[in-house]
Write a protein of this length. Structure first.
Lengths: 700, 294
């Protein structure tokens, strides 16, 4: 079965169809509700009122590692306020890689929040509202977690959240299944679900399946029973089906995250298969054993049938019983002995004592080594196994910047390479590499080369990289040529006849650019240029449309030319001083600001002409604003004309740089951008986070 | 035989090596050639004379404003001035995509006689001519300040005529150690509009690839000429490059554009940014009169 995490909003194209589907569902719901007793309707309203005020919309700025550098992105989801202290329960895939968080409360206050802890194994997370940012007198509403074990198939449930980032919605459905697991077709075994392609999730979960409509953006939102209790956390969905993590699991995880920031779990390094179709009738089949895990060390092997764990007999007949077994093992104390009784072939009732080890995350942390043009990732046990690495030593390259030092090294570094030493110093883990990188990067006199030893497959390589910052030269200038400030179209034979001068073909002036020498010379729209410096211009077809421009370009920039033009039936000579071609947008002076992740360029002559901006309009045009950068989050977009930043008027790239430098020094909590877009101005309010959490771009 | 001898002699004049120092003095002409291998000697002659001036330029092309995409690029350029001015095809460095700004960065020039592992010397793009598909790099590396480079002079011979034999030297990829080779063809056609160009027949010219006549003189450069903003009938050029490959832009036009580029190169100090010049008339003027209302 294919299901989807519903945290990231971006499928706007599906919004319309989803909304239509929602309307249809609503109509059907309306008919059935007409037969629902008033008591039920009251119960629904009561349940809504108990939890709805505790529902929040969660906004997240994430930091992704790709292309050899860090990149910010945005995501949204939903959550439930659990306590007056401001703890909010949501999904881990909503907060994953999050660096900044905001929650919009029921009273529409948008409050910053901080990470408390994430548990990818259950896809749950807790963030905490910054209570100091609440308006005075605000009373936080909270939702209470109910007992998910009391749910039965057919119970009414309400799904609350922010589908597609639309604030605060509630949908109604019934429980379809209380112990859903996702299984692979054919094998009947539990599907391996992954967060970020690497981190296993949902191992311990029997999902609550329901049909209350959820969509991207509902993730982390509460599933509520008619007693007004949160009995699940909406996490996955697809094809009209929704899946929630039971509240009893959520309570346990949230308590651990609030208490200690993570959930400590045990592992014995084995996986299991239910007995259906095995010919066995009791116990559970050991499906595989990690060669370096505790179960293997204790003597367990794949194919053994476990009959007892810690003195308790067990039989796992069906696939739905696998998650509870895994959870039971995971909940045991880390490092504690577990007595296991098992059968192996005809030998029955053997006993081993397995000493558990911590269950470690599958996915390693990442870091960007910007001036080397790579991102690196901590190697976990799971990664080492999956990638057939000899150990977890070193750090794996997770991405490379094209054209960067690592990509240009010979041999070049690539994804999957494992860096094991730098300049001859062995490296054990990612922290060592980052430390060595920072040492080199911090040197005033950078070494010409850094010697990198890395492993690829079973081979050990060395290479040299030349640390250097990315160059950002100005765009190259177009070779200046001679220009007359007019736009023309060819007047061909037929057109000339229709215009009443069949023997006088040439180029009709469509536009005379303001402020140019052409305008000063008195050229007019409607004039037909017949000759240039005495040479006849006789276009033969539309393909000759550019012939006049080309002929002018061959002349010297500072010379003058005589255009003989046909005006009102008379041929007159118009001398024009030629000028240099105006610069195109590609050549315009540019500026960047790393803090706000904003790239701008100056207005060109043709911008003014195209937008009909006269000389009173000034500013810099936004070339790019990273969507999750400070300016992007404020709503500054490519194509905006920035006219003012804070108190600083912006007229050109130099004044933009000055303004940003001053703002960088002052570090205000809010920066107002006044931008011109289309036919009007907009105020955009940026909320910089000046804490040096990351260096996204090298400072200019 | 005579034709070939004339060609080799012409080559020595037409593409004379301009280096001023002793190391760059033209090497001796190939030994007299036998009739049966005359073409071979001609090929060798072109390679010996032009090869040292055909340099490899490595760079990273940055696409501005599109998530900062970047791509490695390697192009062949022709040294046209002993002071380090190199001519390349603008198309080959992203210049044909006018809707985007593509800026070459981390530019390194590699030479045939570089030591093993040499990373080349740095250069900057001083100007491009989108109309003629030309771009000029200037070596600005402090290490090469007083160095003179082997260069090919931009002088043209007689105007090419239909059926004339023409030659283009090229470099293979890095995999083949960028070895030089020659392709031979004929003048298959001559255009006058939108500008005078030579249509090669029997072989394809590379964008930026120099083309020589049988007299050894430079005929022109492979160029992809695209319609400009003023050209209304953009469909009129379709398929042309699919059929013929780049056409050959005559040397005369290249020379006059290069003279302008040299003026720019002379004005720009080595470490100064390229002049993204804003004419005075384009300097944004006053703050807007319109006072926006929140």
């Amino acid at each position: 079965m294919r299901t989807y995490f519903f945290g990231t909003v971006g499928l706007l194209a599906t919004l319309a169809s989803s909304m239509m589907a929602g309307c249809q569902n609503g109509a059907a719901g309306g008919r059935s509700m007409a037969r629902v007793s008033p008591d039920v309707r009251e119960a629904i309203a009561d349940a809504r009122d108990r939890v709805f005020p505790a529902l929040v919309n969660v906004e997240v700025v994430t930091l992704e590692y790709a292309g050899g550098k860090e990149q910010k992105n945005r995501g949204t989801g939903s959550g439930t306020i659990l306590s007056k202290e401001g703890y909010v329960l949501t999904n881990a895939h909503v907060t994953d890689k999050g660096k900044r968080f905001w929650c919009t409360l029921s009273d529409k206050q948008r409050i910053p929040a901080t990470m408390v802890g994430e548990d990818p194994w259950t896809d749950l997370a807790v963030i905490k509202l910054d209570l100091s940012r609440l308006l005075a007198g605000t009373e936080l509403s909270t939702g209470s977690l109910g007992d998910s074990n009391t749910l039965t198939v057919g119970d009414y449930v309400l799904a609350m959240g922010s589908p597609f980032s639309l604030s605060r919605t509630v949908t109604l459905g019934i429980v379809s299944n209380t112990e859903r697991v996702f299984t692979s077709a054919g094998t009947g075994q539990v599907d391996e679900m992954l967060l970020n392609w690497e981190q296993r999730t949902g191992l311990f979960t029997n999902w609550i399946q329901h049909d209350a409509l959820i969509n991207p953006g509902n993730s982390g939102g509460p599933l509520v029973n008619l007693r007004g209790e949160v009995i699940g956390v909406n996490t996955r969905g697809g094809s009209g089906m929704a899946f929630a993590t039971p509240s009893n699991m959520a309570r346990q995880v949230a308590d651990a995250l609030i208490a200690q920031g993570d959930v400590k779990r045990s592992s014995i390094g084995a996986s299991f298969r239910h007995l259906q179709n095995t010919g066995l009738s009791e116990g559970v089949l050991v499906d595989s054993v990690d060669a370096d895990g505790p179960a293997h060390a204790a003597g367990l092997r794949a194919g053994d049938v476990i009959r007892q764990i810690a003195g308790e007999s067990l039989t796992v007949r069906f696939v739905e019983e696998i998650p509870p077994l895994l959870k039971q093992l995971a909940d045991r104390p880390i490092g504690g002995p577990v007595e296991i009784v098992y059968d192996r072939g005809e030998t029955k009732g053997q006993t081993v004592t397995v000493v558990t080890e911590p269950l470690r995350r599958d996915r390693g942390d990442e870091q960007a080594l910007r001036t080397w043009g790579v991102t690196v990732q901590q190697i976990t046990n799971r990664m080492a196994k999956e990638m057939r690495l000899s150990s977890t030593r070193g750090a794996m390259i997770s991405s490379v910047r094209s054209g960067g030092p690592a990509a240009n090294a010979e041999p070049s570094l690539g994804w999957g390479d494992v860096i094991v030493s730098i300049d001859g110093k062995p490296l054990e883990q990612i922290g060592d590499i980052v430390q060595r990188y920072e040492e080199v990067d911090g040197l005033k006199e950078k070494p010409e080369y850094v010697l990198i030893e890395f492993e690829r497959g079973n081979k050990n390589y060395v290479t040299l990289i030349k640390p250097r910052p990315e160059e950002r030269p100005d765009p190259p200038a177009e070779l200046p040529k001679a220009w007359v400030g007019i736009a023309t179209q060819p007047v061909l034979r037929n057109m000339a006849e229709m215009l009443g001068h069949p023997d006088q073909r040439g180029f009709r002036i469509m536009r005379v650019y303001t402020g140019t020498n052409a305008a000063k010379a008195g050229l007019e729209v409607g004039d037909i240029v017949l000759t240039l410096n005495g040479e006849k211009l006789e276009p033969r077809g539309i393909q000759d449309a550019g012939a006049l421009t080309r002929a002018v370009r061959r002349l010297s920039i500072d010379s003058s030319a005589t255009l003989s033009v046909l005006r009102e039936g008379k041929v007159i000579d118009v001398p024009v001083s030629l000028e240099r071609t105006r610069i195109e947008s590609q050549e315009a002076a540019r500026a960047r600001n790393a803090d706000f992740e904003l790239a701008v360029r100056e207005i060109t002559f043709f911008d003014r002409e195209d937008y009909r901006w006269d000389e009173t309009v000034s500013g810099v045009l936004v070339e790019s604003a990273e969507p999750a950068g400070w300016a992007g989050l404020a709503g500054v977009r490519g194509g905006d004309l920035i006219q003012k930043i804070g108190d600083h008027e912006v007229k050109d790239s130099a004044s933009f740089k000055r303004a940003m430098e001053q703002i960088g020094k002052d570090q205000p909590g809010r920066v107002v951008f006044v931008v011109f877009r289309g036919s009007r101005t907009y105020f955009r309010f940026a909320e910089p986070d000046w804490k040096p959490t990351t260096e996204v771009e090298p400072k200019e | 035989m005579n034709r070939v001898l004339t060609a080799v002699a012409g080559l020595a004049v037409g593409t004379s090596v301009l280096a001023a120092n002793a190391a760059a003095t033209p090497t001796a002409m190939p030994a007299p050639i036998a009739a049966h291998d005359g073409e071979g000697e001609l090929y060798k002659g072109i390679i010996e004379k032009v090869g040292p001036a055909m340099v490899t330029i490595k760079m990273v092309l940055k696409l501005e404003g599109m998530g900062d995409e970047a791509q490695d690029a390697e192009v062949t350029g022709l040294m046209i001035d002993p002071k380090g001015l190199i001519l390349v095809s603008n198309t080959m460095i992203g210049g044909m995509m006018k809707q985007f700004t593509i800026t070459p960065t981390n530019i390194k020039v590699l030479f045939d006689d570089d030591d093993d592992g040499a990373e080349g010397i740095s250069a900057k793009l001083i100007a491009r001519d989108s109309e003629l598909d030309l771009a000029w790099f200037q070596i600005d590396d402090a290490k090469a300040q007083d160095k003179t480079f082997k260069a090919v002079e931009l002088t043209s011979g007689a105007a090419p005529a239909m059926g004339d034999t023409i030659y283009t030297p090229r470099r293979l990829d890095k995999f083949f150690d960028r070895v030089m080779y020659i392709s031979e063809g004929r003048v298959g056609g001559l255009t006058t509009k939108p500008r005078a160009m030579v249509v090669p027949s029997g072989f394809q010219v590379e964008p930026g690839g120099p083309v020589f006549g049988a007299d050894g003189k430079l005929v022109g450069f492979g160029a992809i000429i695209l319609p400009g903003d003023d050209d209304m009938d953009v469909n009129s050029f379709r398929e042309i490059y699919g059929r013929t490959g780049p056409l050959i832009l005559p040397t005369g036009e290249i020379k006059s554009a290069t003279d302008r580029a040299k003026e720019i190169a002379a004005k720009v100090p080595a470490e100064e940014p390229t002049p993204a010049a804003t004419p005075a008339a384009e300097t944004p003027a006053e703050a807007p009169k319109e006072e926006p209302a929140p």
